[in-house]
Structure formats: structure tokens, C-alpha cells
Design a protein around this ligand. Sequence first.
Ligand code: RUB
Length: 323
Amino acid sequence: DQPVVDPAVTATADDIAAMQIRGAATIADAAAAALATQAERSDAATPAAFERDLRASARELYETRPTAVSLPNALRYVLRGTEGETVSALQSSTIDAAETFRAELEQAQSKLGEIGANRLRDGDVVMTHCHSTDALACIEAALESGTAVEAIVKETRPRKQGHITAQRLRELGVPVTLIVDNAARRYLDETDHVLVGADSIAADGSVINKIGTSGLAVNARERGVPVMVAAQTIKLHPDTMTGQTVAIEMREEAEVLSADERTAIDGNADEMPPLRVENPAFDVTPPRYVDAIVTERGQFPPESIVTLMRELFGETTAEPWDT
Ligand code: RUB
């Protein structure tokens, strides 16, 4: 029997792959919602068929993008909550688990925001990279407690998620200066904090986030500007405790070079060596360039994040569908 994956799950998976749904927390939330929909609409005849379909759905969602561990962590959470002897019991436990997960995700983000806001002082200038809802939660909480900040927003090539950040910050009433990525070091002289999110955090405290984060952090250290990473514990990558590395997504050439630009550059390509375009979506910032990782469980120096990881995830993990 072939597993039955609801079209809504496939639509969510397609949107994640195409980055219509993007950012680690938002991806996790959408994946949990998709599993709830799969459960709700299931017409599986037996509990075994229900579980088979749910696992196939999880796998389809999992295979969209490789770097944000919040995705498998979300799938694992929901699948572990799936229990019952009948299809209807399995349906309701899955839906409940997904709802609990999504509510906890939202609560964690606002708690983290309050903790992160304590690092900001009235009048501070914050430099951002990419678009992170966890990072924005810190600024939002600061504003709510009467701390006014300004922002220098890096454009974030090639997909310019900085534009989303600029828009959100202005909606919150924050004055924004938008800069190209290459201008970051120059503007660090006017910056009090670098504030970024994370797609995954490794056991040694390395931060995996949008490409360009590591260079920004190294420059910030050289300039004496503290680097703060806002990351809910769903971003902790449990497999790194047993030595696995985090896969860095490589995306397509077209994000960097349009078809017209490719033609212009190629010219008489027959007579030249090939031009390869590489487009890694993320990079790894070593812990020594990070001042604090702010989670909903408090603020941690990167080197001690493994303690929290062990407490929350235990020593070993499996693929989300092998729970
Ligand atoms: C998004 C990105 C964000 C993290 C954290 O990359 O790198 O900084 O996902 O975001 P992409 P959040 O645009 O390629 O998905 O704090 O919202 O989870």
C-alpha cells in the first residue's frame, strides 16, 4: 500500500522548499500545522495505515530544506505525541500535540524576547542580518518596556531578507538604516549590538545562520561590538552531541546570477573555462565570536549550551519518523 499524503502537506512542503515559508521558527510552525492537517483529514482504515501516512508526511516535510533543525525537532515533537489504539484517538492526539507545539513555540519566542530585551539599553543601535523572528522578538520586547532602539539592517544577499526585517522594524516604529552587506564593517563603528537568529546551534556552541553571519561576527569582535544570538531551544541540534555536523544548504545559481547575467558573462563560453556559481545559504560562526545565546530558558555563553541541549533532548535521537 502506498502512503497517502494530504495535498495540504505537499503544498506546505513546496512552500518551504520555495521559501514562501521561511525562517527556522516559521518553518517549524508550518510543519506542525501540516501534520495536524494530515491527521485531521486522514481517512485511514487502520491505526497502522494512519501512522504510515503520518510518517510519510513528516518525511516529505523533512526533505524540503536541510539546515534548520527546528524542522525535524517539530516533526519529532508531534510524532512523539501521537498515541492511541484507534484511528480517531491517533487523530486527536496528533492534533493536540501539534497545537501544544505551536503554542509553546509562540510562548518561547515571547519569553526569549523579554530576556534578550534586557541586554538592550535606551538609544542603542542594533545591527541585524537576514530576517529572524526570534531576533525581532527581543527588539519588540525592548520597545514594549520603553527602551528605544535604532537599527542598521543588512540587505542580506542574495534573497534580501533584510527588506523583511526593515519593514517589520518600521512597523514597530524603529528608525532603520538599510545597508548593503559589504558596508557592515564600516557601520559597526556606530553599532552597539549585532543581533541575529539561528537555524541550528551545535553542541560546541557554533551558530548556524544565514550566510554572512560568520563574517559579520568576526568583524564585530574586531570592532568590540557584542554579538547576540536569539534562538529558541527548538534551534538546538541534538545530533551534534554525537558528532554529527549540520548540513549547509546549497541553493541554485539563479538566486545569484539571472539568466541574462549568465548569458552576458558567458559570452563565447566555448573558448573559456567553465564558470561555476556556488550559493551556500548558511554558514557556521564559531562560539568564540558569539557573546550570548538568548533562549527562552535564559541567556547562555555558547560554550555552555550543551548542558541545556542534554537536558532537553537527552543523549541520542532518531530520525523524526523513527521515534
Ligand atoms: C533564515 C535565517 C534566520 C533563521 C532564524 O534563513 O537564517 O536568521 O532562520 O529565524 P532563510 P527565526 O531565509 O533561508 O530561511 O528566528 O525566525 O527562526
